[in-house]
Design a protein around this ligand. Sequence first.
Ligand SMILES: *[C@@H]1O[C@H](CO)[C@@H](O)[C@H](O)[C@H]1NC(C)=O
Ligand SMILES: [Ca+2]
Length: 347
Amino acid sequence: MEVMRLFPALILFSLLSLSLANKDWDDPERLAEEEGYYKREHSLTQPYQGRGMDIPFWEFGGSTVVTNDYVRLTPDRQSKQGSLWNHVPVGVHNWEILIHFHVHGAGKTLFGDGFAIWYTKERNVMGPVFGNQDYFVGLGVFFDTYSNHNGEHAHEHPYISAMVNNGSLHYDHDRDGTHSQMAGCHAKFRNSDEDTLVAISYINRQLILMTNINGGRSWEPCFVINDVDLPTGYYIGFTATTGDLADNHDIISVKLYDVESQDPPTPPKANAENTVTQEPDWSTVVPRAASQELPRPHVEDSKPFLKPFWYRFFSVTMLGVLIVVFVGVVGGVIWKRRHERNKKRFF
Ligand SMILES: *[C@@H]1O[C@H](CO)[C@@H](O)[C@H](O)[C@H]1NC(C)=O
Ligand SMILES: [Ca+2]
């Protein structure tokens, strides 16, 4: 029968839709718990015990102070810069990091400037990019609370954006870095009554950022960036800065997980002909992102990256439609046969 021949294809298509729906936006906490291997040497949790002011595996500079409840990079005062750097290089190339932070202050309309999360070659060098050096090498994720507005971009602040740099690019503070960002999203994390968390995962060269800023377990997608090259051996760090405007920038906890790669590594080009899959040397990779937004004179509306929503919506909807169609067709066939049999019986 025609319908029966279609059945395996339908099942396959449904499964495919489901797997597509779940691939990109995994619950970061589930991923960390089930597939991640907690790395204590890259994590920071309460109590931040150590001798005196020291925190094991971490060092801090500038205005940073450690209390029982948080590490405060800057206080809500003007012209401060603070840093917190992990001094153990990250040796794994697939990782996820969960960060609990708190940005808050007395300012109702004027506050700034924000903080940054780093995965860079160098650490502990102060500078103008949210307290870190410019022309950095590696990844910077900026939590920019103040819009240095000039009509260059149409997004609202606070704004989270990511930039990958090989040391050649300048972070343009006056333009909120929109000329060098890979992707970004608007997120109202400042002065939130709820715990504010961010999850950044770098798995199979895909960089994903999600936020949890509205309480509960609701993780919101911010962006997905494919084809990002980051080597192993760089350092995790946090910096923040205030200028004319100020805010408290607090880091409450950091948890890094070694996440197993779900796919085998791509063999280096030289070995493409033979079938031996050789682990590439992850430590020599130069930071690079295929999707870097190119310098431009005019900036268009840069809305948050919405495609994955559509993806999920589309595939879940498709599955529903398929089930309805399938049930309808099978039901229709059965009904028709019964009807015909009944006809024969009664007439
Ligand atoms: C560094 O990045 C710039 C701009 O993206 C690029 O033009 C340059 O070739 C890169 N250099 C290396 C060594 O990859
Ligand atoms: Ca800014």
